[in-house]
Ligand binder design. Structure first.
Ligand code: SF4
Length: 134
């Protein structure tokens, strides 16, 4: 059976979001555009199905219940805390996921070793002190 196609509206929305978020987070798109395309398609399909951009790279026993939580809504908690994207959507310039902030026993570390953050001044918004008056 062919894979269902996301709607143009969701696809455009996710493409725009990804463009915005690479700048905000200080990351790069993967050098192989087909990787980016397939993740964006998956996010857009989840937008259509669930109304939220649930990460397409995990298996969920109950997708609808998962979409009610914040953990795996793109940009997910791991991205906001560690700047790590296991889908390879937001990566270092060479296409590897940034792993330098991950706990040492995290599977990203064991798979890729230490991959440095190319722009430490950006991203990891969950770890930054908020200055509401600035
Ligand atoms: S791993 Fe996180 S940041 Fe990467 S595509 Fe999935 S939800 Fe988005």
């Amino acid at each position: 059976m062919p894979k269902p196609q996301p709607t143009d509206v969701s696809l455009k929305k996710m493409q725009k979001y990804v463009e915005h978020y690479i700048h905000k987070s200080g990351t790069f798109l993967h050098p192989d555009p087909s990787i980016t395309d397939s993740v964006v398609q998956g996010l857009a399909q989840n937008m259509d199905e669930l109304g939220k951009p649930l990460c397409p790279c995990n298996f969920y026993p109950d997708k609808k219940a998962e979409a009610q939580k914040r953990t795996w809504i793109c940009a997910c908690d791991e991205m906001k805390e560690y700047k790590y994207c296991h889908c390879l959507l937001f990566v270092a310039e060479n296409g590897l996921p940034i792993t330098e902030y991950l706990p040492e026993d995290h599977e990203g570390r064991t798979s890729y070793g230490v991959v440095k953050d190319p722009m430490p001044e950006k991203g990891r918004e969950a770890t930054r002190v908020q200055h509401p008056h600035r």
